[in-house]
Design a protein around this ligand. Structure first.
Ligand SMILES: [Zn+2]
Length: 94
């Protein structure tokens, strides 16, 4: 299963509509989560092209990471990148 990690302006990546650390989220992140759910319900998987076709904002997609784990047991909710704060901060589909 593909996991879509959304980038928060504070260099966090998270799944779901809101960052678990600072609560950041926008209507666009909520829409992305909903589109991912619909894709999976239809038997598909989220990909940048499928999400773009579904109307997800390209600027938001640019900052997303889509990952697939060999074993779902290793999937996680969120992570943050060291030294990443400030890199394109604010790009997140506001
Ligand atoms: Zn955050």
């Amino acid at each position: 299963m593909q996991h879509v990690y959304i980038r928060c302006p504070n260099a966090h990546y998270f799944t779901g509509a809101r960052c678990p650390w600072d609560g950041w989220g926008t209507p666009a992140t909520a829409e992305l989560v909903e589109v991912c759910r619909r894709l999976r319900d239809a038997g598909g998987e989220p990909s940048t092209s499928a999400l773009a076709e579904a109307g997800i904002d390209v600027q938001l997609l640019d900052s997303c990471l889509i990952a697939e784990f060999g074993d779902e047991g290793f999937a996680f909710e969120a992570f943050w990148i060291l030294g990443g704060a400030g890199v394109d901060a604010g790009r997140g589909g506001t």
